[in-house]
Design a protein around this ligand. Sequence first.
Ligand SMILES: Nc1ncnc2c1ncn2[C@@H]1O[C@H](COP(=O)(O)OP(=O)(O)O)[C@@H](O)[C@H]1O
Ligand SMILES: [Mg+2]
Length: 242
Amino acid sequence: MGSAAIRVENLSKTYGHGDSAVRALKRASLEVQPGEVVGLLGASGSGKTTLLQCIGAIIDPSGGRIRLDGKTVYDNGWKTTDRRALRRDHIGFIFQRPYLVPFLDALENVALLPMLQGRSDAKARRRALELLTRLGIADRATMRIEQLSGGQQQRVAIARALANRPPVILADEPTAPLDSHRALSVMSLLYEVARDFGTAIIVVTHDENIIPLFQRLYRLRDGVLREEAGEGRPIFPETRGV
Ligand SMILES: Nc1ncnc2c1ncn2[C@@H]1O[C@H](COP(=O)(O)OP(=O)(O)O)[C@@H](O)[C@H]1O
Ligand SMILES: [Mg+2]
């Protein structure tokens, strides 16, 4: 049981104090294995982003435990003083909007983080090109972000999330800005990433079209997390060279 890439136990988060306190997460527990892609559903305001941001060390939980890669990173308090390093080394984020740097080209956007980490420029650029190739947009490498379509920008954002080979990817409604064809293609890519790199991926979504693609689903209701009963959900069709 020690092998989960993500293990969350009784995680709680309360915003604010006293009368204005909002209990956004109530003792949430979940587990994601390496190479697994799980869906996280829930109405607006149910706590989905809060859960991802706690797991991703972006905000402070109020209590509970988080283990990443078998290592306890939060136990009623962070176990590290350097949460930036924790994020950088363990977690790739994909947001609803790509949040790319507009004045850099696609390749530079992907290479930026490894460069900031002290990788040589040449190495970082080589890795970035490898990822853009993998995501089928190598021919857009030297284009500026504004010249790319929404789907292409989201692929650049995925490449960026992969740049440091994180064992965990947290995706908050990554297909929301995309049409259904591109949404399926992004999901297919995430499954390939999980399979090829052993990455554990949590995907927050509202998108009815992609919900049937998950082998495992969790649902949040007013901060309470439950795994949905799945009856042999279909595995995402094998796809190559997307
Ligand atoms: N920074 C914040 N301060 C106070 N309340 C917040 C904050 N962020 C989120 N909330 C509240 O926490 C609850 C869960 O929000 P959120 O995690 O964003 O839900 P979801 O992503 O499912 O829409 C909501 O009631 C929201 O209003
Ligand atoms: Mg949200």
